[in-house]
Design a binder for this molecule. Structure first.
Ligand code: ADP
Ligand code: MG
Length: 258
């Protein structure tokens, strides 16, 4: 895995006096599932905001498959195939679970509005193909039986899974997920793990912020640890699990005395 999907080069941003992200450098290898972990306030979401250029870094540069993201708008970055979900995102109300997932494919829809209105065969075929793919994604997370149910009527955990399916439906090259397991119960977390593995195996590179350590250890190829804006460690899940600095910063010093 020599090609980098994402390469952060000494990226920094300061808010007021606070260095939220400080000289962070790491790469996300193409085809990998990389977990970005760290205590609350470590700068993980801010890092995602810098990658998607919600605001530009004060210094440093981020490369996406060899192209600099500097000066590109969030929409342009999404158009390049770099998609994210938000920590607080929700499903679209007034739509079924299936329709929510189908929204992710809007860019793929080739049939124009007139074709769709007239139900021309090409439009029908396309609709059927996208519906099948969306249903298969919902099936992967055990939600296909709810595909025609209003998405907002689903439990929060299921809604979060629908959101991840929507992002995957867009077939990004790199998917950034911000705490997708927050609010999920154990069964839903297991569905999420299966989905993440299937997505990675389909060739989509994933960078995921996650607090659930057993999920991280279960699915990640690489773990990157931030603490107080700085890169604290980087390695395989096994290496990170045994890293004393990480245990102290993230897992809590009380584990040492336990
Ligand atoms: N837009 C902003 N303006 C000011 N401070 C911010 C902003 N975004 C984040 N921060 C601060 O930067 C630090 C890192 O936040 P964040 O990236 O959300 O952490 P994490 O996602 O790792 O929990 C926190 O101290 C937070 O309060
Ligand atoms: Mg966050």
């Amino acid at each position: 895995m020599s090609e980098s999907a994402l390469e952060a080069k000494a990226v920094s941003i300061t808010f007021g006096g606070l260095r939220a992200v400080a000289e962070v450098s790491f790469t996300v290898p193409h085809g990998s599932l990389t977990a970005l972990i760290g205590p609350n306030g470590a700068g993980k979401t801010t890092f995602f905001n810098l990658v998607t250029n919600l605001f530009p870094p004060d210094s440093g540069e981020i490369m996406f498959y060899g192209s600099s993201l500097r000066g590109r708008s969030p929409a342009e970055i999404a158009g390049m195939g770099l998609l994210r979900t938000f920590q607080t995102a929700r499903v679209f109300p007034g739509m079924t679970a299936l329709e929510n997932v189908l929204v992710g494919a809007y860019k793929e829809t080739k049939a124009g509005p007139l074709q769709q209105m007239l139900w021309l065969p090409a439009a029908l075929r396309e609709e059927r193909r996208l519906t099948e793919r969306a249903t298969a994604l919902l099936d992967l997370v055990g939600l296909s039986v709810y595909r025609d149910v209003a998405a907002t009527s689903l439990p929060i955990g299921a809604q979060k899974l629908v959101e991840v399916c929507r992002a995957v439906m867009a077939r990004p090259r790199l998917l950034l997920l911000d705490e997708p397991a927050a609010g999920l119960n154990d069964a839903e977390t297991a569905e999420l793990a299966a989905l993440l593995r299937a997505v990675r195996d389909s060739g989509i590179t994933i960078l995921v912020v996650e607090h659930n350590m057993s999920l991280v250890m279960d699915v990640a190829d690489q773990v990157v640890v931030l603490d107080l804006g700085k890169l604290l460690a980087r390695g395989t899940p096994r290496e990170i699990q045994g890293d004393r600095r990480v245990i102290e910063a993230y897992l809590g010093v009380e584990e040492e005395t336990a």
